[in-house]
Write a protein that binds this ligand. Structure first.
Ligand code: SF4
Length: 375
């Protein structure tokens, strides 16, 4: 089995007590069966605390009972984990050990990504200037359980080619980011047409023909360009922004900081000033197209291959662009509020709250994907 990861994957190391947005704060903490079994036998005071804080939810899953403001009951006043202190990292549940690493498996491949819902990951991704590369490693035989024999090889090979081309388009620094976005969406749109046809006939030749038609010069740049950030029409730019935020406003609200941030966006960015403020931000020293390239590539690597299971490649493509533009709206809001100053710390915080609210809520994520499917 192959493990595919971004080249910054091994740079990550948890900053624990230094972290201002700990993953042990504000989230449910699921306890898997093996860990629960282990906790049932841990002796001494820590064992009693573990058993005392464990409860079974209505869905049958075991979790820790959270403390005040949703803090993990084992996160101490120094923002350090009492379980690690008493029993070592190997005593953590699967979800705590894995975070902020997320995996998608298909065929003989596992793709793993680090999530920007961890501020330290956000710092690594958003401060990076070089284009990200993806590296492959072989995984031990014991990981064969993760292999998905059901997935169709021809379809997987097609999607992997699309993923590679999509990332190459997003990283083509000879073009402005708006043109890369249009090309990326054009690629997804044409690939979706091939997928739809393939779905009807189940003929692998359709996928090969689609790829041949999708050689770079043939990719359309005309995909609803005004809606997706090309062009100068102030009213259309505002309408696209308004649609993005109307979608976000319909989602379930999970964090207090997110609720307050949404209100700030609507207060600071209005129909009268949106296009002007956007233009000033994008002309300022605080704006760096490389940041949005990194975000787009992060979202693309995280979501495009999910079309293995749902076949909605174009909906994922639109979602990837929407997510990057939503984060850019947050950047624009903060930059405006700060009188034209915007630093990496604030930037990673915005990506962090967005990711926690949208990427890590299955309901919210699905709702956005469905909305964009019919856009
Ligand atoms: S959010 Fe990231 S850096 Fe912070 S405690 Fe969790 S894993 Fe560590």
């Amino acid at each position: 089995m192959i493990l595919r990861v971004p080249d910054y994957y091994d740079e990550f190391s948890c900053i624990a007590g230094e972290c201002t947005g700990s993953c042990c704060d504000g989230w449910e903490i699921d306890i898997d069966d093996a860990t629960r079994e282990y906790y049932s036998q841990v002796p001494d005071e820590i064992g009693e605390r573990l058993r005392d804080k464990l409860y079974k939810g209505e869905d049958g899953e075991y979790r820790f009972r959270l403390g005040e403001h949703g803090r993990c009951p084992f996160l101490n006043d120094d923002n350090l984990c009492d379980i690690i202190i008493a029993l070592g990292e190997e005593a953590l549940s699967e979800v705590c050990t894995d975070f902020p690493r997320f995996a998608l498996s298909y065929g003989h491949v596992m793709q793993r990504i680090l999530s920007v819902s961890c501020e330290e990951v956000g710092r690594i991704i958003l401060s990076r200037t070089e284009p990200v590369k993806f590296v492959e490693r072989s995984m031990p035989d014991c990981m064969e359980d993760w292999e998905d024999e059901e997935a169709d090889d021809a379809y997987i090979a097609f999607l992997e080619t699309i993923q590679n081309r999509a990332i190459a388009i997003l990283q083509d620094r000879s073009k402005p980011i708006s043109e890369r976005i249009a090309l990326f969406l054009g690629l997804c749109e044409k690939a979706q047409e091939g997928i739809n046809q393939y779905g009807m006939d189940e003929d692998a030749a359709i996928l090969t023909d689609t790829l041949a038609e999708l050689e770079p010069p043939n990719v359309s740049t005309n995909f609803r360009v005004e809606d997706w950030e090309r062009g100068k029409d102030a009213q259309k730019l505002y309408e696209a922004f308004d649609i993005r935020w109307a979608i976000l406003e319909e989602l379930e609200e999970l964090g207090e900081e997110w609720v307050a941030t949404k209100k700030r966006v609507r207060k600071v960015l209005t129909e009268e000033n949106y296009a002007e403020r956007r233009e000033a931000f994008m002309a300022s020293d605080a704006y760096d197209a490389i940041v949005y390239e990194q975000l787009l590539v992060y979202f693309a690597f995280r979501y495009l291959m999910q079309a293995v299971y749902s076949c909605d490649l174009l909906a994922y493509g639109k979602m990837i662009v929407s997510f990057a533009l939503m984060v850019r709206d947050l950047d624009l809001m903060c930059w405006t509020e700060n009188g034209g100053i915007y630093e990496l710390k604030q930037r990673t915080r915005m990506a962090y709250i967005f990711s926690r609210e949208v990427e890590h809520s299955e309901e919210n994520f699905e709702q956005i994907r469905e909305e964009l499917m019919f856009e």
